[in-house]
Design a protein around this ligand. Structure first.
Ligand code: FES
Length: 78
C-alpha cells in the first residue's frame, strides 16, 4: 500500500528501510522523502514505524518492552 503519495513510498519500503537499520522518523524522511512534500502522510508513516517496533513519536526515542527503572537520588543538605 502506498503511504506517501507524493514520493510513491509504500509501507513495504518503509518496513524494509527499518529492517536495514533506520530507526527514526527523521532518517526515514531523509532517506525516502516521506512527509517532505505535502506532509499528509506523516501520521501514516509514524503508524508503520510503530507497527514495526520503532518509536513513532517526534522524539525518535526507542521505547522498550520492559520499562526502564527510574532512579531517584535524594539531595542531602550540606
Ligand atoms: S503524501 Fe507524503 S509528502 Fe505528500
Amino acid at each position: 500500500m502506498i503511504v506517501c503519495v507524493c514520493k510513491s513510498v509504500s509501507d513495504r519500503k518503509i518496513r524494509a528501510s527499518i529492517a536495514e537499520g533506520i530507526d527514526s522518523f527523521d532518517e526515514l524522511q531523509f532517506e525516502l522523502g516521506v512527509a517532505s512534500c505535502c506532509g499528509k502522510c506523516e501520521e501514516s508513516v509514524r503508524d508503520v514505524m510503530a507497527q514495526s517496533g520503532v518509536c513513532a513519536s517526534r522524539c525518535a526515542v526507542e521505547h522498550h518492552a520492559q520499562p526502564v527503572p527510574l532512579m531517584f537520588y535524594e539531595r542531602k543538605a550540606a
